[in-house]
Design a protein. Sequence first.
Length: 149
Amino acid sequence: MEKVVTTNRKAYHDYNIGDTYEAGIMLQGTEVKSLREGRANLKDSYAIIKDGEIFLLNCHISPYSHGNMQNHDPERTRKLLLHKKEISKLWGKTGQQGFTLIPLKIYFKNGKAKVVLGVAKGKRHYEKRASIKEREAKREIERHLKDRN
């Protein structure tokens, strides 16, 4: 059973997403409780590979509402848990010009917090406009089909 905490909707607008990978997140105690409340934001967050390990940067997990002085830092760097083979694949893919690792969603799977990472390449401005036109055309077609039925 999956409980989605947050999704990065802007990532699909700003990037062309290639392969996706599921990774675990190393969290502190109050971070887990805050995630269960749904208080996370993936806007402007990304992942880097450093010394054979993957880290999630700029992921904002708000402090736990019932926490005390030992609450976590909301913007701290979090380590992601992946197999060595997956990390080496990602290292090869992100080594190419223009590719980066973007978190797409955070969710709970079997009681453990997971993040979906996408290998992404940034869209140009005209590509964004084209995707908006495409999406609006699909909506218009669905609207007409709905009216017809």
